[in-house]
Design a protein around this ligand. Structure first.
Ligand code: MSP
Length: 652
């Protein structure tokens, strides 16, 4: 049976400048949408804009233009950002769409005809900023409990939705469906709210106070309150934005017997949980519709430890982040940094840390070193699977585990944990390369088969990674697939050939790779350190006390060497053991360069060595010389010659 997934983000206030919070929900929804499409499911992914209300009206007045023109001017800011972030939404709703307006009016009329909407005089505390009334018990010291701005006492005749009559039904529903509101703690929070008294909901505003809204079909002196108009977008969109019969096709849940194949997921921020869990659920009950399958309330981002706000001037513009880093790094960071239900802190340092260590180092290096080895040792063609050592069994097990665990976690919206499971495979594969040391000299056909097997296995890992990484970082996944020389359809597993599995393909051997640029270049953090050292350089130089004579210099025998083989020194993160041809003989030299260079990067390289160094043992391994490198505490570069001179050439 074809499964359908209806995935929504909130519809954002058109008047807001798009920020990291908007990007967060939308990227998370995009990951889910891409993931479910991979299984061939029919996904309808909706996002859009909430365009009515007092703030839009006031901003338009200030700009001296009509509210509609104001909305038309602002809407592209969101639409263009979604394109830059690679958001694959199927539809984009705007609440000023005439068809949305007509749908809202139809809905209001249906509820009014059933006597579920009535008119009454109401006196309450009104918050102009949030455009809503609060009751006496909500208001704390004369301030709005939400935005903390002063509220005013207001008496008004308005229309009310009989929300209170659904109180018990909603409590029972939430108790019976523990997965409806997620994370679990939020479900308890809503139950706590509901168990207090539930009042009816004011759904109108007099036109005299607010003109920019949808007119009530039964009283032209009123427009509907923004929260009614906005919430109804989730079903109005299905009426006119997708091919029909879209409501029947996408909207149904566990409350309906036949709905096991349909899933409805609303992703929202924690601040708008009540409006969704209570207002929206009761509106749906009144309309006779099922409730969504999942309502997930995610956490909020602070910036460098501070609440993000216009007045603080610390609102993070996703466009600027994408300009500075690549879009996939932004997508990765947001979903990897914190569990989806919890608050997180955005900082450039944290983002650079993850880019350098996880994207450039773990993933980027795996791709780069794997393809370099396939080029160097197999002529750029993925070899046949060869003879196994005990390492391959463990690697294949890890591929299976990582594919399965990351899938289950993604389906539970545990994005960060899903990525963790993927990264465990990446790290395992890097260690597998280190342990198998495919750069060791090949002496016979058994060695060759082992080497081929290692290269084959790492190509399989990279292929599997493409599929799992695709929902999170689609561009990078496509690029890995391209560099592997594969034409994978990453957006749909159902297009795989028979016998092909996402974790393993019997058709890989013989593929010509197309190694390209590094996937995620490291971000250079030395710039700021560089600035500091400029200041140091400007200090008066100390008198030279360490000069040597030419004869003293000549005591050091410097030679050009060519690296024949390289491997890591066991249990050391810093040391590589090199076999170096110095013309007259072969030397074993241990060098502290493993943090900067992988063993396979060293093969064939020309290095400068101190040939008359007294032999020494490093981590129990004899070193017969020293390799010259530049750098302070860490090695930043190895010394070599510009021309290709024979091994043993003297440096003078
Ligand atoms: N228009 C309403 C939603 C109607 S849905 C039927 C609205 N719009 S909004 O533009 O204010 O967007 C709010 C969304 O952005 C919410 O989901 C909110 O949680 C999210 N965020 C706003 N600031 C945020 C952070 N600092 N961090 C994460 N998300 C945040 O409310």
């Amino acid at each position: 049976m074809l499964k359908t997934f209806y995935i929504t983000t909130p519809i954002y206030y058109v008047n807001d400048v798009p920020h990291i919070g908007h990007a967060y929900t939308t990227i998370a929804a995009d990951v889910l949408a891409r993931y479910h499409r991979q299984w061939g499911h029919d996904v309808f992914f909706l996002t859009g804009l909430d365009e009515h209300g007092q703030k839009v009206q006031q901003a338009a007045e200030k700009a001296g233009i009509a509210p509609q023109a104001h909305c038309d001017k602002l809407a592209p800011r969101f639409q263009e950002l979604w394109k830059r972030l690679n958001i694959s939404n199927n539809a984009f709703i705007r609440t000023t769409d005439p068809k949305h307006k007509a749908y809202v009016q139809k809905t209001l009329k249906a509820l009014y005809d059933k006597d579920l909407i009535y008119r009454a005089d109401y006196t309450g505390w009104y918050c102009t900023f949030d455009e809503r009334f609060w009751t006496e018990k909500d208001v704390v010291h004369g301030l709005c409990p939400d935005c903390k701005r002063p509220v005013e006492r207001l008496s008004e005749s308005n229309y009310f939705f009989r929300m209170s009559q659904y109180q018990d039904r909603l409590i029972t529903y939430i108790e019976d469906h523990p997965d409806f509101i997620q994370p679990q703690s939020r479900s308890n929070e809503v139950l706590g709210f509901l168990r207090k008294s539930l009042e009816d909901l004011s759904i109108s505003r007099p036109k005299s106070r607010l003109a920019w809204g949808i007119e009530l079909p039964f009283d032209s002196n009123y427009v509907t309150y923004v929260w009614f108009d906005a919430l109804v977008n989730y079903i109005s969109a299905l009426d006119y934005l997708a091919p029909k019969p879209s409501f029947k096709k996408y909207w149904a849940t566990h409350s309906t017997e036949a709905a096991g194949d349909r899933t409805v997921m609303h992703l929202v921020g924690k601040d708008i949980l009540t409006t969704h869990a209570v207002y929206w659920s009761t509106i749906l009950m009144a309309l006779g519709h099922a409730l969504p399958t999942t309502l997930f309330a995610h956490g909020w981002w602070t910036v460098e430890g501070e609440k993000m706000s216009k007045s603080r001037g610390n609102v993070v513009d996703p466009n600027a982040v994408v300009d500075e880093f690549v879009v996939d790094a932004f997508r990765y960071f947001l979903l990897r940094e914190v569990p989806f239900g919890q608050d997180g802190d955005f900082s450039k340092d944290a983002m650079i840390g993850r880019i350098n260590s996880e994207l450039a180092n773990d993933l980027g290096n795996l791709l780069n070193r794997s393809l370099t080895m396939i080029e160097q040792f197999a002529g750029g063609i993925i070899p046949e699977r060869g003879e196994d050592s005990e390492l391959e069994g463990a690697l294949r097990k890890k591929i299976g585990e990582s594919m399965a665990v990351s899938k289950v976690r993604l389906e539970k919206l545990e994005f960060n944990k899903s990525l963790e499971a993927i990264w465990e495979l990446i790290q395992h594969a890097n260690q597998y390369i280190d342990k198998s040391a495919p750069w060791k000299p090949v002496k016979n056909s058994a060695d060759k088969q082992k080497l081929d097997n290692v290269l084959h296995h790492i190509a399989q890992v990279l292929r599997a990674l493409c599929f799992r990484l695709y929902p999170f970082i689609p561009q990078a996944a496509e690029e890995i697939s391209r560099q592997l020389g594969l034409k994978l359809n990453l957006s749909d597993f159902t297009k795989l050939k028979p016998r092909d599995d996402i974790g393993w393909s019997p058709f890989l051997a013989g593929t010509r790779i197309a190694k390209g640029k590094p996937l995620f270049p490291r971000i250079d953090t030395a710039k700021t350190q560089g600035d500091t050292s400029v200041t140091q350089d400007q200090q008066p130089a100390s008198p030279p006390t360490d000069q040597i004579t030419i004869d003293e210099f000549r005591k050091v025998s410097l030679r050009v060497g060519k690296v024949l083989a390289a491997e890591r020194v066991p249990k050391s993160t810093k040391l590589l053991k090199l076999q170096v041809d110095i013309g007259t003989e072969q030397r074993q030299i241990v060098a502290g360069i493993a943090m900067k260079y992988a063993p396979e990067d060293m093969i064939g390289k020309r290095v400068i060595i101190v040939a008359n160094m007294k032999p020494a043992k490093l981590m129990g391994v004899e070193s017969q010389g020293m390799v010259l490198a530049a750098g302070e505490e860490e090695v930043s570069a190895l010394l070599t010659t510009i021309e290709d001179v024979p091994p043993g050439s003297k440096i003078k």
